[in-house]
Design a protein around this ligand. Sequence first.
Ligand SMILES: Cc1ncc(COP(=O)(O)O)c(C=O)c1O
Length: 397
Amino acid sequence: LAGLRAAFDLPTKLIYLNGNSLGPLTKAARARVEEVLRLQWGEGLVSSWNRHQWIELPRSCGEKVAALIGAAPGQVICCDSISINLFKVLAASLQLRPERDLILSTTDNFPTDLYAGQGLNQLLGEGRCRFEVVESTELLDHLDDSVAAIMLSHVDYRSGRLADIGAWTRQAHEIGALAIWDLAHSAGVLPVQLDRWQVDFAVGCGYKYLNGGPGAPAFVYCARRHHGVLNQPLYGWMGHRAAFDFQPVYEPAHGPASFQTGTPPILSMAALDAALGLFEGVDMDAVAAKARALAEFFLQEVEARVALRDLRLESPADADERGAQLAFSHPEAYAICRGMAADSVIFDYRPPRILRLGFSPLFLSFEDVASAASKLDKFLAQQTYREARFRRHQVVP
Ligand SMILES: Cc1ncc(COP(=O)(O)O)c(C=O)c1O
């Protein structure tokens, strides 16, 4: 995979361990967006909806994502954000299980996932939608015949802990519930087999491991068996069966196309489409193996360097139990993150004291990891994080 590094437009000296938050710019996306601006929008204007297949992009990007997440064609569409897509998926799930009212999730799930459940509960009221959040260790005890759907993350955004999608989906199905998965931290870096695992719905980000750019469109997977009966409530013309017939009454398109609501953001969609091209011919097992080897290598460095022993591993120590990231706690995590950025090493900080390192295998090398460990070692040994300039909080940490 080392050759793929050249496909990215990363600043030369930067060591970027944050591709799990925002994937870097690819040369293909840069060229595509320039082309879209100059030729497609600049010259082609409205004709580009047809001539440059803008109207097809949500579907064609969806197919590229489908190939990465074990989905046969016709089940994935790119649109909106995870937050919005989850709202649609949760509402659709309740409609597929009209006799049930409970959506279950876990306390460690990403906040926006929990907010989507809370928002739907607020809209529909307790009689139609209850939303409960339980400890992940207690989820099994809460599975009963009132559960319409479980909504979980494949990889815990903080600790990196990996959930067994196949096993939890089976558990959900055994009690007649649906299984909804958030693949934000696995799509594009781990092998995912949604069809084989019989997942009902899944959502994921375009801007993390897929490198689609800041605020890139997200994706929704909807298993084929639900097509035709599916009904998501955010009706809009792009989800209509025949958008350009301009009919006054909404009739949903078949399958995932009905998850679209308004006009797709073409500049973002074009960047995502170009970035997805990088995965062509790339074996996801090899990608996951390299992510794992990079993380294991970093852990060895942590063991070997005295100053790094103050970092407490908050991810599972067993590589089989985690995704492509490592989380460490340290009382000065925030200042470390800021200070290392000043030395061209980009980590991520999650409150209250977590340093998060993402091992994106398409552009990171083992040399990058060794260099990051060595710089961090020096930074901690010299307690550089005590400098006031690293302690001032920014709006986005
Ligand atoms: C697990 C998870 N889900 C959802 C989101 C947010 O998704 P979006 O910004 O597309 O709504 C994030 C963002 O980091 C995330 O980590």
